[in-house]
Design a binder for this molecule. Structure first.
Ligand SMILES: Cc1cc2nc3c(=O)[nH]c(=O)nc-3n(C[C@H](O)[C@H](O)[C@H](O)COP(=O)(O)O)c2cc1C
Length: 321
């Protein structure tokens, strides 16, 4: 077990490429996210161009515990990347063995590792040697496709190596995001191994989270698309867990979330032009408000923080009238 608790009242933020950056992680932590995972970063990229790739996993003290998710297909390169990060005070590492995107799988990384479990084993072993087994985990899928079902094998590897956790997104790589997440598979895995299991897949609401924990008996869970849509999902889930309902003005909370997210981006974003990032984020949040088409059209064209503040003010007036 890692030093931090893995329990149902310690929900995780999932790795979400392009989204789970420092500002978004801090935003989710504000609402009760207890463990956050960075978006996946290339081990090779980190070694060849550390400055450029370290930007993706920039962190600060409050952003803790933080798990860095790595992808790659070479045990030595993975170990070297973990060493580089460990020297920079990163402590927890996760192996991506679930990404089905061609750009990643054609290099032998991501879900392609499910077609070569010996290699997957060697990579985990080499990462564990550098980081300590309890500080390493894996995020995986059911398998490559129905002809190549691997989650139980991967669970056994993780258990044999004494790793810290295993996250299961119970779909096949070939499925992408289609069909339904097979939570029963997560339940089965939980029955078979002792390593803490983090459930993932189709956790769109706080209620989904409660149901998932009840049905799978997983030790904890991670929100991905549910958190993107509603970063307060952690608070709602934790309230439900305690048997409390979340009584608040949903529109007001949404405006507070927008304000805080923009503030965090302004303060911590590592992208070259944060205003471009804000355009997308603002438009995404505004989409949830009725009759906001005009404001959304403005949001995707903002050029300054002053304009952003103006839009939020208009949104507040619209919502509160
Ligand atoms: C835009 C996007 C990016 C993602 N990036 C990653 C990633 O970098 N690493 C990873 O292991 N999973 C990644 N995932 C998968 C999620 O972590 C999660 O397992 C999946 O979305 C299922 O959970 P959900 O149905 O509750 O969203 C990503 C998902 C989405 C939607």
């Amino acid at each position: 077990m890692p030093e931090f608790p893995i329990s149902k009242d310690h929900p995780w933020l999932a790795p979400i490429a392009g989204f789970s950056d420092l500002p978004f992680r801090l935003l989710c932590r504000e609402f009760g996210c207890k463990v956050a995972v960075t978006e996946m970063v290339s081990a090779k990229g980190l070694l060849h161009n550390p400055k450029e790739n370290l930007r993706y996993i920039k962190t600060i003290e409050q952003d803790s515990p933080l798990v860095v998710q790595l992808f790659g297909d070479d045990p030595q390169i993975m170990a070297d990347a973990v060493k580089l990060l460990k020297d920079k005070n990163y402590k927890y590492f996760d192996l991506n063995s679930g990404c089905p995107v061609k750009k990643v799988t054609k290099t032998g990384a991501g879900a392609a590792l499910l077609k070569d479990l010996k290699k997957l084993n060697n990579i985990l072993e080499s990462m564990a040697k550098v980081a300590g087994a309890e500080n390493v985990g894996i995020k995986t899928r059911l398998g490559w496709d129905k002809q190549c079902v691997t989650y139980i094998h991967v669970g056994n590897i993780v258990q044999k190596l004494g790793l810290g956790w295993i996250t299961l997104h119970p779909r096949f790589a070939k499925q992408g995001f289609s069909g339904k997440a097979d939570w029963y598979a997560t339940y089965e895995l939980k029955q078979m191994i002792k390593v803490p299991i983090i459930a993932s897949g189709d956790l769109f609401t706080a209620e989904d989270g409660i149901r998932c924990i009840r049905e799978t008996h997983a030790d904890s869970l991670m929100f991905a698309r549910g958190a993107l849509k509603n970063p307060a999902i952690f608070m709602e889930y934790l309230n439900l867990l305690k048997g409390k309902s979340s009584l608040y003005d949903k529109n007001k909370l949404k405006i507070d979330i927008i304000k805080l997210h923009i503030e965090l981006i302004k303060r911590y974003s590592e992208v070259k032009n944060p205003i471009f990032k804000i355009r997308g984020i603002l438009a995404k949040y505004i989409r949830g408000f009725k009759g906001s088409k005009k404001l959304r059209e403005r949001a995707v064209k903002v050029n300054s923080f002053e304009e952003v503040i103006q839009i939020i003010k208009l949104l507040e007036e619209e919502v509160c009238k």
